[in-house]
Design a protein around this ligand. Structure first.
Ligand SMILES: C[S@@+](CC[C@H](N)C(=O)[O-])C[C@H]1O[C@@H](n2cnc3c(N)ncnc32)[C@H](O)[C@@H]1O
Length: 286
């Protein structure tokens, strides 16, 4: 399946497929190590909340290059973990990394989690590390996912708190904006911040058939690379589109701002920024 063959994707997710299955997904796949490391400090929170036990069947939604799927598979022991994602380049890396790690009970599937016909009531745990904010229709997606979860099954999601709580986003975009006011997407549009509001999370998940969720605030430092030059390349891969319309002077200023911002967050542990997420937990009623 490719981004030119969209029959398996909800029409509302066609743009996401194009992004994740081509340039954006290729960049993630080529920088898998960095991306996986960047959110690693959240993994213990997410996995502990998921309460994975030996024999569990786990579904990792928007698994990307699969680090949380591998961890879930390891915790599931005699069980399995399935990672689903839109992005073929990221899933190729995920499968290679699972093979190299000898994680035989982790498997991967290219699918749109919003509409894929998962086996009903097959999963004990639904897990996602920042992979659930891009659905064109959140209620349809979580209703589809709820069908796949066993009665009493658990859900553990990590989603970003609003930009105002995430200096990695505000400081980096401000550096690259060079004084421009950047457009911000509507809060319910697919974006990293689409599930930033706990009231909206509760509305979506209860409409989809889950019990009322808890949203626990969690703050960790987000890793952007071992040194400033690596972090510059990493930031430009993620946010470089902000430079598209700049004239040469503005471009020079933006790059100076970016380096200065990254230097101010550099220490012995590399370049790290404060960040804030919600750890969302709930169950499908038994
Ligand atoms: C921010 S990345 C997170 C990747 C990974 N969970 C991690 O933490 O490194 C979001 C992921 O969600 C995937 N995604 C977006 N919409 C999706 C959908 N409708 N179905 C399945 N995966 C989706 C993207 O392809 C991308 O890999």
């Amino acid at each position: 399946m490719t981004s030119t063959d969209t029959a398996w994707v909800a029409p509302a997710n066609a743009d996401q497929l194009t992004a994740w299955d081509t340039a954006e997904g290729v960049f993630w796949a080529e920088h898998a190590e960095l991306f996986e490391h960047s959110l690693q400090r959240y993994d213990d929170w997410l996995l502990r909340a998921a309460g994975i036990r030996d024999g569990d069947q786990v579904l990792d939604v928007g698994c990307g290059t699969g680090s949380t799927t591998r961890s879930a598979a390891w915790l599931a022991g005699s069980g399995t973990a399935l990672g689903v994602d839109l992005s073929s380049p990221m899933l190729t890396v995920a499968a290679l990394r699972a093979r190299d790690a000898g994680t035989g009970n982790a498997t991967y599937l290219q699918a749109d989690a919003q509409v894929h016909p998962f086996e009903p009531e097959a999963y004990d745990v639904l897990l996602s590390r920042t992979g659930c904010m891009f659905f064109g229709d959140q209620v349809e997606a979580f209703t589809n996912l709820a069908r796949a979860v066993k009665p009493g099954g658990r859900l553990s999601l990590l989603v970003w708190q609003p930009p105002s709580q995430n200096p990695w986003f505000t400081e980096l975009t401000t550096a690259l904006a060079v004084g421009r006011t950047l457009p911000s997407p509507p809060p319910d549009a697919p974006s990293p911040f689409a599930l930033a509001d706990p009231a909206r999370i509760a509305q979506i998940l209860t409409a989809a058939g889950f019990a009322t969720p808890e949203c626990e605030p969690v703050k960790e430092r987000m890793y952007w690379g071992p040194d400033v030059p690596t972090a510059v390349d990493f930031v430009l891969g993620v946010l470089g589109w902000l430079l598209d319309d700049l004239d040469p002077d503005e471009l020079t200023r933006a790059m100076t701002n970016l380096r200065r911002t990254l230097v101010s967050h550099y220490s012995a542990g590399g370049v790290t920024f404060p960040s804030a997420a919600w750890l969302v937990t709930t169950r499908k009623p038994a």
